[in-house]
Design a protein around this ligand. Structure first.
Ligand code: LMR
Length: 339
């Protein structure tokens, strides 16, 4: 047999073996664990389920995304560690939770009133300023894949919250962000960092008096059942960075990585499309439940709250970095001197 023919026969035999090998046919899919802390029925919960479905479809079953919602796998702090160790492959922590891993610049998103609308927010998340922030995750072994929206936060407590003086002395649960700490102190409140999974119980037992969240989070964690007053302040933004373990992502077969990038693109469009609606729906449900008095501040009350909180921008400049803050101002047109 000539060398060429022998090579061909061997190659065909190898191909045949590959095609029919039970080992190959039964090849296990790549499992991607996606852990998060909110309920399924939220913008992030729905976005992650959408991604899981599209990832399976686009990879033809080569990838199986397992979503673990509601802190069932990890709580806030543990999930970051688990991602860096490679125990979980995808997370979507809120932008307020990157300080503890040393990327303090993300706290720019927590500055009170930094965005007036989703349109302003999207100028950042789809532009250079947003990209520059995601790039800061790389030295931590993390790849930023996308920004997902949630919404604008409102304050809640067991007393009416109309004037800044109403917040004085209240123990308010916050996420692990120094900007949020400064925000609560600016109101004379006492901030308490706490994992999201513990908030309901802490409110119920009086460990804390109040909190802030977009309404979809408040409603799906039943916080409205243990908060008598909700003031629709919309004083700040809460959203997410979808992140993966950089090494895991880089080592994926190129075709699979491309398919997952496509699934992420579609999931991002979907999550960002439904976010406002989910929050509007949640507000309607809080009102219908009738357990919380929902207050809409007047224009004068809004202005008073803004005046009390805007100083947090200057206070936090050295922590976040002037360059990052200025890049955001420039992108959205925000002017902290104009109230
Ligand atoms: C919170 O801790 O209040 C939020 O970050 C939860 C979330 O992921 O939306």
């Amino acid at each position: 047999m000539s060398v060429n023919r022998r090579t061909l026969v061997m190659a065909s035999a190898a191909t045949l073996a590959t095609v029919s090998s039970p080992l190959v046919r039964a090849q296990a899919p790549i499992v991607v664990k996606f852990s998060h802390v909110v309920a399924n029925d939220t913008p992030k919960g729905k976005g992650s389920e959408f991604f899981a479905k599209r990832a399976g479809e686009l990879t033809g079953g080569k990838v199986k995304v397992e979503v673990y919602a509601n802190s069932t796998l990890y709580k806030d702090k543990e999930e970051m560690e688990a991602l860096q160790l490679g125990a979980v492959q995808l997370l979507a922590p809120s932008l307020a939770k990157f300080g503890p891993i040393g990327v303090k610049e993300f706290e720019v998103f927590d500055l009170p009133y930094i965005f007036d609308s989703y349109e302003e927010l999207h100028k950042v998340t789809t532009g250079e300023a947003g990209k520059a922030l995601l790039a800061k995750l790389e030295p931590k072994g993390i790849r930023g894949l996308a920004y997902w929206d949630n919404g604008f936060k409102s304050f809640s407590a067991n007393r009416p919250l109309k004037a800044p003086a109403d917040y004085k002395g209240l123990k308010m649960r916050i996420q692990s962000s120094k900007v949020l700490d400064a925000q609560m102190r600016a109101l004379g409140a006492i901030p308490q960092v706490m994992a999201f999974s513990e908030v309901y119980q802490a409110l119920q037992t009086g460990v804390v008096d109040g909190t802030e969240n977009p309404i979809s989070n408040l409603y799906t964690q039943k916080m409205h059942e243990v908060q008598k007053h909700l003031s629709l302040t919309n004083h700040g933004y809460l959203g997410y960075a979808v992140i993966t373990n950089k090494k895991f992502w880089d080592e994926l077969p190129a075709d699979v990585r491309g398919q997952l990038e496509q699934a992420m693109k579609e999931a991002t469009e979907y999550a960002n499309k439904i976010a406002k609606e989910e929050n509007d729906d949640a507000l309607a449900k809080v009102k219908a439940a009738g357990k919380t008095e929902v207050y809409t501040p007047s224009a004068a009350e809004r202005l008073e709250l803004k005046k009390a909180l805007i100083k947090v921008h200057a206070q936090m400049e050295s922590r976040i970095g002037k360059e990052t803050i200025q890049a955001f101002y420039k992108t959205t047109g925000f002017d902290p001197t104009k109230l």
